[in-house]
Design a protein around this ligand. Structure first.
Ligand SMILES: [Zn+2]
Length: 415
């Protein structure tokens, strides 16, 4: 164990004070994420659901013959559950919007097609021209180690653009990441979507125009589609984005399992985590994107999943640590696909990836040799569990075929 940096660890979950979203450890040793999580067991959720119903009712009345709201969706994550709440519990007529991330898996294409049919909704899909997407991806990968900037930017801006353009003021999101992971807000704050949070956390501090001014490799025609509408237009329409997680006790595992049984949501096993439900629509989220997270932050998505499950008391801390250490250094599966798509040699990509290693978490042994010194190795010693009861369901069967050497950039229907 190397202790060349001091950080405090939460006494319950696996996060430390080093979390990129910011975490506070209180005098009892509990982190802000775990503290806010406790609210899930103490708030009056029936009362909060009634509050949500009242809130959306105003929008129902105003738009009786049009769309009541916008729901951003993908072929994974919480999309099915969000839509289930919006249609079946709140009785709204949503316009669905989807930003095509291009790294689509057959499973994601299936989930999106099935969602469209099952919930009987209109859907707008935004396909940004692939040349610009690749140019931006190359830039953000090289400059701040992110292959996901265009996806996060597109997914968070397209719904706002459509809200302004079609004058549909209400946007409905699932849970707020800052609340769920690090307890940045209380559920009672009922925090709403903001341009500031998007820039600081989703976009690593860079809005579209910031890329333009800093990196002369990019032009106006590459970035204009990612530009956030201006405040005047947003206020003129009265656009607001609410999070269902403030009104409904958010539990992704339970919700996904309900969606699997009710609506045939498809799931799969991953190389780098035990959760089979999130990000099944993308080749890169749990692959190169997850590796970059480990390089930069000293932990990866499996730590997020383990912390969540520890907080719900479904696994112990030592089981969580076992899972993290089992998965966090697992090999990538889809690097070839990414190199093909971006038009880059694997050796060049490896060079860029290595440049992203944070020396706080990686000790350089030789030119091309690094020793991991991430969060999981700096935890206090626990009586380590060596087993884990698999309780996540993988529904994937062989009927859904993997493509040979490229992404399904535009998936029209059922592969
Ligand atoms: Zn904690």
């Amino acid at each position: 164990m190397n202790n060349n940096f001091k950080q405090k660890f939460c006494s319950r979950c696996l996060y430390s004070s080093d979390h990129p979203l910011g975490i506070i450890i209180n005098k009892n040793g509990l982190c802000s994420g775990c503290t806010i999580h406790e609210e899930k067991n103490s708030l009056d959720w029936e009362f909060r659901l009634e509050k949500l119903k009242k809130l959306v009712n105003d929008y129902k009345l105003k738009n009786s013959n049009k769309y009541d709201c916008i729901v951003p969706i993908t072929g994974a994550n919480d999309s099915y559950f969000i839509l289930y709440v919006v249609k079946h519990i709140l009785g709204l007529n949503p316009l669905l919007v989807n930003y095509n991330k291009y790294f689509n898996t057959p499973l994601g294409v299936h989930n999106l097609a099935n969602l469209r049919i099952t919930f009987d909704c209109d859907i707008l899909v935004q396909n940004i021209n692939p040349i610009s997407v690749k140019k931006i991806t190359r830039t953000t990968l090289r400059e701040f180690g992110s292959v996901y900037w265009p996806i996060l930017a597109g997914h968070t801006v397209f719904p706002v653009q459509i809200a302004v353009k079609k004058r549909i003021p209400l946007i409905i999101w699932g849970a707020h990441q800052g609340l769920e992971q690090v307890g940045m807000f209380s559920h009672k704050h009922e925090v709403e979507m903001s341009r500031r949070y998007r820039k600081d956390h989703d976009l690593l501090g860079f809005e579209a125009d910031d890329l333009l001014s800093v990196y002369d490799f990019l032009n106006e025609e590459d970035i204009w589609q990612y530009r956030y509408p201006d405040d005047f237009d947003i206020n003129n329409v009265g656009v607001r984005g609410i999070y269902l997680g403030n009104f409904i006790r958010w539990d992704p595992k339970a919700q996904h399992e309900k969606m699997i049984s009710l609506f045939n949501y498809k799931t799969t096993k991953f190389n780098r985590t035990f959760d089979c439900y999130d990000h099944v629509d993308c080749y890169n989220y749990m692959d190169i994107h997850d590796l970059l997270k480990l390089y930069k932050n000293g932990y990866s998505k499996v730590t997020d999943h383990a912390c969540r499950e520890i907080r719900f008391n479904r696994i112990s801390k030592s089981e969580g640590l076992f899972l993290v250490q089992k998965f966090e250094n697992a090999k990538l599966k889809y690097l070839d696909l990414f190199c093909n798509w971006l038009g880059i040699e694997q050796s060049s990509l490896n060079f860029i990836l290595n440049e992203c290693r944070n020396e706080k978490f990686w000790i350089r042994k030789d030119y091309n040799e690094w020793e991991f010194n991430g969060l999981s190795l700096n935890q206090k010693k626990y009586k380590k569990s060596s087993t884990f009861h698999e309780s996540f369901i993988s529904t994937k069967n062989n009927k859904i075929k993997e493509p040979k050497n490229k992404y399904i950039t535009i998936g029209k229907g059922w592969p």
